[in-house]
Design a protein around this ligand. Structure first.
Ligand SMILES: [Zn+2]
Length: 107
């Protein structure tokens, strides 16, 4: 019985200790917020792209992309990548609009 209490205490201490530490795992699946921050050497279709053109999520991942005219557009997951490829002109139009808005804001 005493052994069990000791074990519970021990586990509690370990858990408490773990809370303070930073959990920086999952580096391979990093989420990028702006296309220009993605360092894959590819030219970007829209440097300031910060949203998935399909579902508007503010998450872009380097491994989900489509190349248009040799330039790269990013998505937040594989589903959106597929959706874009199936309905390319529609999402491109949307992205182009956003691109124009962005360049209008910057001076
Ligand atoms: Zn998406």
């Amino acid at each position: 019985m005493a052994g069990l209490v000791a074990l519970a205490l021990c586990v509690g201490m370990v858990a408490g200790c773990g809370q303070g530490g930073s959990s920086e795992d999952g580096n391979s699946e990093r989420i990028y917020l702006v296309a220009r921050n993605i360092d894959d050497g590819a030219p970007k279709y829209f440097e300031a792209q910060e949203q998935c053109p399909v579902c508007d999520a503010n998450e872009l991942q380097a491994q989900h992309y489509a190349d248009v005219d040799g330039k790269r557009i990013y998505f937040h997951d594989a589903e959106c990548e597929e959706a874009f490829k199936e309905n390319r002109s529609r999402y491109l139009e949307k992205l182009d609009k956003r691109k124009q808005e962005a360049s209008g804001e910057e001076k």
